[in-house]
Design a protein. Structure first.
Lengths: 1122, 300
């Protein structure tokens, strides 16, 4: 009887109208279920979601399924059996055919039974299908908003229904000059931070909970700008050339778009946002994509024969990641400007009416979707004036969402007048609040996905947190209305430290925590509170102070933030130095004025950007308008009353700059010590090897295709006799052996920390080992700190001393040493050695052949329709770049640290020989006989006595740990190659299908017999001290191992926290390939998944935290107070 | 209500010679456009016609009027103050009587035995209120027309109770507030260039003409006020209209008239021959719909 009830309960929770039933958490419904009950639930839910018409009910069932497969089913499965994931299903998954993928996986599940591997695949497939369904709905809603539909129907330029307003055309008196339509727009701050409730999905399912207070603000950067003003300015004018000229003065980019197709090519240049605006404003309607026309014929209809348009954007150098929705409001401003100019908005000048603002907001959402980016529904708040409440709305019969989702896509905006928030209260807010950009620019996408998922499964803590945040929202509104800023501060702090972090622990980070802490220490009660802007902290943030000390605090903060950044910049991804803003509330919203032709002037930086291009041409080739423009510049520069005209700036733009000016730009990275040449010299860069690799790469001997093993090799999965399976536990006897050896001081730990974790920070080049990514025992701890804590736990349980080696490379060495110094090895008392990398490579511009191989030959995740378009456009730009820069040439166009690379973890072990660390260790602790080597991100790896005992008893040289494969464990595995078990790198797989036939994934954790390993190199404890013998032994061994070419993404930072990502080529030798050598005795141990689980991407954190991964790691550690 | 009067406007700058164009009518007789329009009007039972022209055009118009001159009187629009102003010139001619209004650059071809004007007048007399002829117009033609929106009147096919009138709306606005139920998506009711107007419209015209915020107001601006003052209908009549002011407008109108008349076979033979003969130097043709007609008169 209880079984039947619990079976219905899940679906009842989804379908019911009763809030108390609907909001039950999934955990509460399934935590007591047995395996078979859970499997029944799964069957029921899958059947339900297949036949259910209601979108949100379907989506919720999908997320229930995903969560059950991810969190609830695996612990109930027999851990000692391994399943495998069918490759066909995986291919469907990559191709975004989620439905087919699920069917494929379910079929295997029904024949082979549920397994951990399959569950991970199903969890992922349901998760993706859920998000795809939601995204499709938002897209559908955006398209069906009235006023947007026609743009998708238009198919030919000849049918273009828009015409430019005649006020914008040149007049007969001045045929060569056009009036300029200038739009100024504020950015927005979210005062309440109502737990990310502005995510479209949330607003559309739970409109009651989707509420924010949104304030339009003007900005200035403190110390740089002398006035506070609306940061966004956009300009539109008619030009006498039939092109659509797009100019971004902040990005120093301009382009003349001559075909319709180019307007849809977003990633081709830096002007994607402007293009998206032109499209969303209907000037080049989305329906025209692929029509093949040229821009001139479109412009002829819209503007007139021989005429074109010029759209200029300026955001006053507000850095990216400000969490002030700069890009959405810029989009709004551009769209508003274009829609005024084409009569889609009645008022050509001044403020907008409410219906017009809503129209702009709807178009901005469309623009974001077209441009492949995404924002929240409150983001276009800067288009509205002052302080407003933005609230989700229940969909009514008139709305396109009616009957599909509970809420509408578009929320309602209620501008709070003087009667609700008095001038005095507004002033008080401005007198207390300090708005800053902390300098971190992170991708909040994964966070928004986590929030959505938590919401849909009503995660218990998260749901309580959400209710709490809603209560705080009400109080924040109250406090604001009363002008009680002190209370406001304590509420936003309460919100940040309470509900926000219980929903998403990663909303905060070490930097934010330290800053809050220092504010408290510095100002005590006069520090009224902290508030997070946007998706996560670290970028845009607010600090609230007693008004009497605000000025002082502002100055102090601007210095203190930089100090703290310096301490943490190797560990956390900062994009720039922190800045403090001056701000004031903007009471106009977006505002336009038509500047008459005679006095129409564009921003100075526009002329600085365009003038060099004009001057390069003979005067007779310039259009009359441009000639007139140049004459105007000359006039203004000689007019002493024109204070805006900056002749010096213009002059600089056309004259070659001297060295000093260019070194200013490149900051301190080019000083002698840090120059690329110096680094290469210091790190033992092997020029001749580099040239050899380059030649081989250019000749096609090395390359992504050449990485692969020959196709005629027989590669199959291993069977029982090739591994020792320890998943069911180990003999106590082995544990005893291990424990004794630990107590005798026979083991040391090697933590590989030479890599920068390019996937972890998407190529930001910070040191992953030092990233304090998760709170353990009340504090954010880094990977390194966690590994040391496990070391302590092992010695305190078994006795003895475990020397700990951290291997570094040029990129990580100094950072790691500095932090270890500063923290006194994180308070770790045992011996810690830093093994500095002795090998470094110079990155190269990839071969176009390899790029195409990567994009076309390897299985790639197909993205959402619009994002895929973006990606393809970006790829052609990258292939172009590689060709133009020269394939295989040295990659030097970046800061030095991003130009060099570690040459693969294989070298990190020989480095121990070459740099003398191993011999030092052996001198310090002669009893040392074994090493346990592990990756920085294998958090579960510890010196487990049982496994250690197993290795000792086996007498093997190397014992590699492998784990049962999950969907995310890509990149090779344990295989039987021509009858011999060995590890095969993902790069070397001749066919990706093979990898899916391999049950075990290499966790990289290796038990090493030191003497046997030395022996295989032809060395021993004594000859280890002979540098030349070591060098030659290492070189010989290296020659026996394969060299892989890989493409890594590196970030290039420029401008104001702008980033470009380039794939560059580098070579690697990998540790796992030691198993290819038949003269080395390598064994393989299967361990439980937890022990080998690796954290590669921040998006894994949430799952890792929820599925018990963090608890597992916590249990292995012994924390100290450091 | 009986409609016995008609007002034809032909005073717009650059459009004033269009009614003087010569075409061949359905019976093979050569006539001016003005004659064709006047005939359309007379066929609907109208007895007196007022043509609003530019000063100085009267002699030419008299010559072009042919045999119907006796029914016509000419009034002059002294300055080009717009469409609304042009109709107002006929105020004393109309008095308080309802009148048929047509524009001088359009020709009409009915799909039934009853002329377009007759269909419209019949509807207006039946309902005793102003009625505008409309046609279903695709959204890409919005920049050329006044657009009305409303609900269909039960039991009268193609008749609509007008709620909103907007001159040359953008598709964005059209989609938000000008959708008429029953039309295909992306289609709106656009003016046909033919109306039955009453003295109430004259009042509205006066209001917009004296409104200084409006620059050269059009008829649509005045008609936009009408739904608030009483019954105002739009009728989708059976027929087509041809704007001879557009590029190739005269040619297309002539073909349409010719193909519906006596010389259909002759014309078809000629057309087939034209089609069969390939041009020796084909000119790269761009598909270009007729260019925008006069901002004043074209938007009827």
């Amino acid at each position: 009887m209880p079984e039947v009830r619990s079976m219905n309960a899940l679906i009842e929770t989804i379908t019911t109208d009763q809030a108390d039933l609907r909001d039950r958490s999934l955990e509460s419904l399934v935590e007591d279920a047995t395996l078979s009950e859970l499997l029944d639930h799964i069957t029921e839910l899958d059947r339900f979601r297949r036949q259910e018409d209601n979108l949100y009910q379907r989506v919720r069932a999908l997320f229930f399924l995903s969560a059950i497969y991810r969190y609830h089913l695996p612990p109930r499965l027999d851990q000692s059996s391994s399943g495998s994931i069918p490759f066909e299903g995986y291919e469907h998954l990559l191709g975004r055919r989620f439905q087919e993928a699920i069917d494929e996986f379910l079929e295997v599940q029904s024949t082979d039974g549920a397994s951990d591997s399959l569950s991970s695949a199903l969890a992922s497939a349901y998760h993706e299908l859920g998000f795809q369904t939601l995204a499709d709905q938002v897209r559908h809603s955006v398209r069906t908003v009235r006023g947007n539909q026609w743009m998708f129907r238009l198919g030919h330029v000849a049918e273009h229904p828009l015409r430019i307003r005649k006020e914008l055309l040149p007049t007969k008196d001045a045929p060569n000059l056009s009036p300029v339509l200038k739009e100024t727009t504020a950015v927005r701050m979210d005062v309440s931070h109502s737990a990310w409730s502005d995510i479209f999905f949330l607003g559309m399912d739970y409109p009651e909970g989707a509420r924010v207070i949104n304030v339009s603000v003007d900005l200035g950067v403190r110390g740089r700008d002398d006035q506070v003003r609306p940061p966004i300015e956009t300009y539109l004018r008619v030009i006498d050339k039939p092109v659509f000229r797009l100019v971004s003065v902040d990005l120093n980019a301009s382009v003349e778009v001559t075909t319709i197709a180019e307007m849809f090519d977003f990633a081709r240049d830096y002007l994607g946002l402007l293009k998206a605006a032109v499209i969303a404003a209907g000037v080049v309607p989305p329906g025209l994509e692929g029509c093949g026309s040229d821009m001139a014929s479109l412009l002829e209809r819209v503007v007139g024969r021989g005429k074109g348009l010029e759209l200029v954007s300026k955001i006053n150098d507000i850095p990216k990641g400000s969490r002030l929705a700069v890009s959405t409001n810029l989009l709004g401003s551009l769209i508003s400007n274009l829609m005024r100019a084409t009569g889609q908005i009645q008022s050509l000048q001044g403020e907008l009416t409410e219906p017009d603002r809503r129209l702009i907001a709807a178009r901005a959402i469309l623009g974001e979707w077209i441009g492949g980016s995404g924002g929240g529904w409150q983001d276009s708040g800067g288009v509205w004036p002052g302080i407003k409440l933005i609230c989700g709305q229940i969909a009514g019969e008139e709305d396109p969402e009616f009957g599909i989702s509970r809420g509408r896509l578009m929320p309602d905006h209620e501008v709070l007048g003087e009667n609700r928030v008095s001038t005095e209260a507004r002033q008080k807010l401005q007198d207390s609040l300090v708005v800053v950009h902390g300098g971190m620019a992170q991708n909040v996408g994964p966070i928004l996905e986590m929030v959505t998922e938590h919401y849909l499964v009503r995660g218990r803590d998260q749901w309580v947190g959400r209710q709490e945040a809603m209560r705080i929202y009400d109080e924040v509104v109250e406090a604001l209305q009363q002008g009680d800023i002190c209370r406001l501060g304590s509420l936003t702090t309460e919100n940040f430290e309470g509900p926000l972090q219980s929903i998403i622990p990663w909303a905060t980070n070490r930097f934010t925590d330290v800053m809050i802490q220092r504010c408290r220490e510095q100002y005590g009660d006069q520090f009224w509170g902290f508030w997070m802007l946007g998706g996560m902290s670290g970028g845009g943030m607010g600090f609230i102070f007693d008004p009497t000390i605000k000025q002082d605090a502002q100055d102090w903060l601007s210095q203190e933030m930089v100090t703290v950044k310096r301490e943490l910049e190797t560990a956390l991804p900062f994009a720039m130095d922190p800045v403090v803003y001056d701000f004031q509330i903007n009471d106009d919203g977006t505002f336009a004025e038509l500047i008459p032709a005679q006095s129409a002037v564009l921003p100075q930086k526009y002329y600085a950007l365009m003038m060099p291009k004009w001057l390069r041409k003979p005067l007779r080739e310039l259009s009359p308008q441009t000639r007139e423009e140049l004459a105007g510049i000359s006039r203004r520069c000689s007019d002493p009353n024109d204070r805006e005209a900056n002749a010096a700036l213009l002059l600089r733009s056309v004259l070659p700059s001297d060295d000093k000016a260019s070194s200013d730009k490149k900051d301190d990275s080019q000083t002698s010590d840090d120059s690329l040449a110096a680094i290469l010299k210091r790190s033992g860069f092997d020029r001749s090897q580099h040239e050899q690799i380059r030649a081989d790469m250019r000749a096609g001997k090395f390359g992504l295709a050449a990485n692969r093993l020959s196709r005629d090799l027989k590669i199959t999965d291993v069977s029982k006799e090739h591994v020792t399976d320890t998943r069911d536990g180990l003999d106590d006897r082995l544990a005893d052996i291990g424990s004794k050896a630990i107590a005798n001081g026979e083991i040391g730990v090697v933590t590989l920390a030479a890599g920068v974790g390019s996937r972890w920070t998407q190529g930001a080049g910070v040191c992953k080992a030092l990233h304090p990514f998760h709170r353990f025992a009340g504090k954010h701890r880094s990977f390194l700190e966690i590994h040391l804590a496990k070391n302590r736990a092992a010695t305190s349980q078994n006795g003895g001393t475990i020397p700990h080696v951290i291997t570094t490379s040029w990129m990580t060495d100094e950072a790691i040493r500095t932090v270890l110094d500063r923290t006194e090895n994180y308070g770790h008392e045992g011996p810690v050695y830093v093994s500095s990398g002795r090998s470094v490579g110079l990155r190269m511009v990839p071969m176009v052949r390899d790029l195409h191989f990567l994009w076309e030959e390897t299985a790639q995740q197909v993205l959402d329709q619009q994002q895929q378009k973006m990606r393809e456009s970006a790829r052609s730009a990258i292939a172009n770049w590689a060709q133009q820069t020269g394939e295989g040439s040295d990659y030097t166009d970046n800061v030095a640290a991003q130009c060099v690379h570690p040459v693969g973890h294989w070298y990190e072990v020989p480095n121990l020989f070459r740099n003398g660390v191993l011999s030092q260790m052996l001198r310090d602790q002669p009893s040392l006989r074994y090493l346990m080597l592990h990756n920085i991100d294998t958090l579960g790896a510890n010196v487990a006595p049982g496994l250690f005992g197993l290795h000792i008893e086996s007498g093997a040289t190397l014992s590699y740990e492998v784990i049962p494969r999950r969907l995310e464990d890509r990149g090779g595995g344990l295989a039987l190659v021509a009858g011999r078990p060995r590890l095969v790198e993902g790069l070397a797989m001749p066919d990706e299908r093979i990898e899916f036939g391999l049950k075990f994934y290499n966790s990289m954790t290796t038990w090493i017999d030191i003497d046997a390993l030395l022996d295989s190199f032809g060395l021993n404890r004594d000859s280890l001290n002979d540098a030349s013998a070591v060098d030659s032994a290492v070189r010989q061994m290296a020659a026996r191992l394969p060299t892989y070419i890989t493409l890594k993404e590196v970030k290039k930072r420029w401008g104001h926290a702008q980033e470009d990502v380039f794939p560059v080529a580098q070579f690697e030798k990998l540790w796992g390939d030691m198993t290819t050598l038949s003269d080395i005795d390598s064994r393989f141990i299967v361990t439980p998944m937890r022990r080998g689980q690796q954290l590669k991407e921040p998006s894994q954190l949430d799952g890792w935290n929820r599925d018990g991964g963090s608890a597992y790691v916590n249990a292995l550690c012994k924390w100290n107070k450091s | 209500m009986r409609v016995r009067k008609a007002v034809i406007t032909a005073a717009a700058p650059n459009q004033n010679t269009l009614p003087l164009q010569r075409l061949v009518d359905g019976s093979g007789e050569e006539k001016t456009a003005l004659q064709l329009i006047v005939e359309e009007t007379l066929s609907a039972g109208v007895e007196e016609i007022c043509v609003v022209i530019q000063p100085g055009d009267e002699d030419n118009y008299r010559k072009a009027a042919g045999g119907s001159l006796g029914n016509i009187q000419f009034v002059h629009q002294e300055r080009p103050l717009g469409y609304a102003d042009a109709i107002l010139q006929a105020e004393s001619f109309c008095g308080d009587d309802p009148f048929l209004h047509l524009v001088g650059d359009h020709l009409y071809l009915s799909a039934t035995s009853k002329s377009c004007a007759a269909q419209l007048i019949e509807m207006a007399e039946h309902h005793s209120c102003p009625v505008s002829a409309v046609q279903s117009t695709r959204e890409h033609r919005l920049p050329y027309f006044g657009i009305v929106a409303g609900t269909s009147v039960p039991r009268f096919d193609g008749l609509y109770d007008v709620r909103t009138v907007v001159e040359k709306p953008t598709p964005t606005l059209a989609e938000q507030s000008l959708i008429t139920p029953g039309l295909r998506s992306g289609y709106y009711l656009g003016y046909f260039g033919m109306h039955v107007l009453t003295s109430a419209v004259m009042e509205c015209l006066h209001e917009v003409a004296s409104d200084e915020s409006m620059e050269r107001p059009s008829l649509s601006d005045a008609m936009a006020k009408l739904p608030h003052r009483g019954k105002y209908l739009a009728y989708q009549l059976r027929g087509r209209r041809y704007n001879i002011g557009e590029q190739y407008g005269v040619l297309i109108a002539q073909l349409a008239i010719g193909l519906s008349g006596r010389d259909r076979d002759l014309l078809l033979t000629e057309l087939v021959e034209l089609l069969a003969t390939r041009a020796e130097h084909p000119v790269a043709a761009t598909i270009d719909p007729p260019s925008e007609s006069s901002p004043l008169e074209g938007s009827n």
